[in-house]
Write a new protein. Structure first.
Length: 420
């Protein structure tokens, strides 16, 4: 959400952001509604002041004057009721539109309608070369008895999976390693609810546009979150934090749920695009300073790269285009990891800077050193998300005998084993 004053004073910038992010939204309508709402509020305030003046005059007035005051007060009550209704309706409509206003993207972000305009800015590592016919992760897992795909679909429908044996232990090792890495960098590990209220989804920016991708439990008025970020934003919603407590650094772990409606036919085999997964999420709340946000963006991105380097996986860092970065993003970098079975790299991490766009929605603030209350800046990035990263790991490190080499950083979590 952008500040209404910013929108009024910078309509062309906001219109350009709407265009760059491929949205259909009338900025002029927002400005008109804001102006109408302020005029109505001014009129309501005047009416309330007049009502107060009439009440003050009444005890001192004679009977004839009191009759006049009663008549005026009655007419004013009707008008005030209408004004209150008009103010509430105008504010509600304006709020609905403000929730759809995009953040202004970084000036150097690639311009384009979707991921086809993304730009690879660097790569790391080498793609594996096999002297045998490598298996994809599905064939490899089934050959080793590490997963149940058909039986899981019988129990839970399409895109379901059940990991078994060593693959479960490898998944646990990945998450434990990620949490240890983040903890060593002063991130606070925290497990957060996957079951969240609508307010948390609106506050994090997942709603209203992402509603169709979210599982709803209407009987309880609750939803299943697609990322720990939702609850992490919600934890401090409505609070005024002390500047000295910032930055807050969380390593949030939770199950995640996504309907994936818009991905029919895309990368649906095995573990690549599933409805339920596990994730360790990096999340930062910092002061409202562009340079501070930029430093944390670099830190979160470097940490994700460290994960992939420690796992000895080839990856690409991508600067995301305006049409691919989403409504609230100022800047977004994806990291795509190599999948031998696909012959290309697939997204495994997404690093986002949102400035105060998210905090305004969630009313997440802090008190500055001079006592001024400001909206904070928020950032997030994946640390580890499985099972997709798990699929990349076993495909890249497989041997001819279908065993899998364990990266050195994971061996302490697997009893020192170097092969699975």
């Amino acid at each position: 959400m952008l500040d209404k004053r910013f929108i009024r004073e910078n309509p062309d910038k906001v219109k350009e952001a709407v265009r760059l992010k491929g949205l259909t939204l009338s900025v002029d309508e927002i400005i008109e509604l804001d102006e109408a709402g302020r005029k109505l509020q001014h009129e309501l305030n005047g009416g309330l002041a007049r009502k107060k003046a009439l009440a003050k005059e009444f005890p001192r007035a004679d009977e004839q004057r009191r009759e006049t005051l009663r008549a005026e007060s009655g007419e004013l009550d009707v008008r005030l009721k209408d004004l209150r209704t008009a103010v509430e309706e105008t504010r509600a409509k304006l709020h609905e539109l403000l929730l759809l206003v995009p953040n202004i993207p970084a000036g150097d972000a690639p311009v384009g309608p979707d991921e086809s305009a993304n730009v690879v800015i660097r790569t790391w590592g080498r793609k594996p070369e096999f002297d045998f016919a490598p298996l994809d992760h599905v064939d490899l897992a089934e050959r080793r008895g590490w997963a149940e795909f058909a039986r899981a679909r019988t129990a839970a429908g399409e895109r379901a999976y059940a990991l078994k044996g060593d693959l479960v232990m490898l998944e646990r090792a990945l998450h434990s390693y990620a949490l240890d890495l983040l903890t060593s960098r002063d991130f606070t590990p925290i497990s957060v609810p996957a079951l969240v209220r609508e307010e948390s989804l609106v506050g994090s920016g997942m709603f209203p546009k992402g509603r169709e991708e979210t599982y709803e439990l209407p009987a309880d008025g609750m939803f299943l979150a697609g990322t720990a970020e939702v609850a992490l934003v919600g934890l401090h919603s409505g609070e005024i934090l002390d500047r000295r407590a910032l930055p807050l650094r969380y390593a949030g772990i939770s199950p995640c749920f996504r309907r994936e409606i818009g991905s029919a036919g895309r990368d649906v085999r095995g573990l690549l695009r599933v409805h339920q997964f596990e994730k360790v999420e990096q999340f930062v709340i910092c002061e409202a300073d562009a340079e501070e946000s930029a430093r944390w963006h670099a830190t979160l991105l470097e940490c994700a790269e460290r994960v992939l380097q420690d796992l000895d996986l080839y990856y690409e860092v991508v600067e995301c285009a305006t049409g691919d970065m989403g409504l609230g993003k100022y800047r977004m970098n994806d990291i795509n990891t190599w999948f031998p079975s696909l012959g290309f790299a697939r997204e495994t991490h997404s690093c986002s800077t949102l400035h105060d766009w998210q905090a305004r929605r969630a009313n997440l603030r802090y008190r500055d050193s001079d006592g001024t209350v400001r909206f904070a800046h928020t950032l997030n990035n994946t640390a580890v998300a499985t099972p997709r990263l798990l699929a990349a790991l076993i495909e890249n490190h497989q041997r001819a005998d279908a065993r899998v080499r364990v990266p050195e950083v994971l061996r302490p979590y697997l009893g020192g084993r170097d092969l699975l």
